[in-house]
Design a protein around this ligand. Structure first.
Ligand SMILES: N[C@@H](CCC[C@H](N)C(=O)O)C(=O)O
Length: 308
């Protein structure tokens, strides 16, 4: 099989985009894994198939597949890149400055700005309302708090691990997230840090601790695991994503972290979330919707022959 592709990224979270408006493309898990392989393939955190929408109000349907071949309901960085793909490759008129993307989690309206050549530079996405009820996340952890919207939810609930208990606030942004604020890293064992004398978010062994919680039975559909520190000027965050491991940024994860920080009183409801790959601006508005602003960029485009 041979395919044309475009590789785009949002704050370093990268995707292989493939035009599938004909709706005929079927890729196996092995083919997805090969496309995402950074040594033998193109290299990406996920593959996005661009398909005809069912909802006529949407420009196209974003079919998101993690690098391990599993489907995800929503991808925040992916949806900004999706808009860039549609604008830059002339599926949408750049003059409109707005479009809606269809996803498995529902329609996501967004507005965008373009450069002097009409290429999309950044986008602000209406990420919808966070779902907090445990069965909607989903998590088997019991609700222990009530949100300002009257929804019972899981706030800083303790989950045991080989390294002691970690506390998680659970939020769905269409896909499942569990956010752990590292308020006091001194209490965590030395073995979880590259440098035990300088314990920090940057030196946390995310591959070990993230993989453990991603697959924990309290998350029946697995979960994206965020570790965060609230500091002056924003929230620092690293993420271990369901279906692909650590990524340089996660849009839905940044939104879930902003919501969790706001709910727990650790910050206000508008935040800059600082990720290894860049900054996303996240705001939980009075209408209950979360908006996310961030960049989208093309890395390269090409043609591949899949060996599988
Ligand atoms: N990187 C994404 C989220 C991609 C999906 C996620 N790994 C899942 O399985 O839910 C983002 O920017 O939101």
């Amino acid at each position: 099989m041979e395919l044309d592709f475009v590789k785009l990224h949002g704050a370093g979270n990268d995707f292989v985009f493939i035009d599938d408006f004909s709706g005929t493309l079927e890729l196996t898990k092995e083919q997805i894994a090969w496309l995402c392989d950074r040594h033998f393939g193109i290299g990406a955190d996920g593959v996005i198939l661009v398909r005809r929408p069912n909802d006529p109000a949407c420009a196209a349907y974003m079919h998101y597949i993690n690098s391990d071949g599993t489907l995800a309901e929503m991808c925040g960085n992916g949806v900004r890149c999706f808009a860039k793909y549609l604008v830059d490759y002339a599926f949408v008129d750049p003059g409109d400055g707005a479009l809606a993307a269809e996803t498995l989690a529902g329609a996501r309206p967004l507005t965008f700005s373009v450069d002097e050549d009409g290429k999309l530079v950044s986008a602000t996405v209406d990420m919808g309302t966070p779902r907090l009820a445990p069965d909607e996340v989903p998590t088997t952890l019991a609700a222990n708090a009530v949100s300002p919207y009257g929804e019972a939810f899981v706030l800083d609930a303790s989950v045991d691990s080989p390294w002691g208990p970690f506390s998680f606030t659970c939020v769905s942004m269409g896909n499942p997230h569990a956010v752990c604020f590292l308020d006091d890293m001194r209490a965590l064992p030395d073995e979880l840090f590259a440098d035990p004398l300088a314990k920090s978010l940057d030196t946390l062994d995310l591959d070990r601790v993230g993989a453990f919680f991603e697959n924990h039975p309290v998350f029946p559909e697995k979960a994206n695991i965020e570790f965060a520190v609230v500091q002056s000027g924003g929230i620092a965050m690293r993420v271990y994503e369901r279906g692909c491991g650590e990524t340089l940024a996660c849009g839905t994860g940044a939104c879930a972290t902003g919501v969790a920080a706001c709910l727990s009183g650790r910050s206000g409801c508008s935040n800059e979330v600082h990720l290894p790959g860049g900054v996303l601006t996240v705001s939980w508005g009075d209408d209950g919707h979360v908006s996310m602003r961030g960049p989208a960029a093309e890395s390269f485009s090409g043609h591949v022959r899949l060996p599988l």
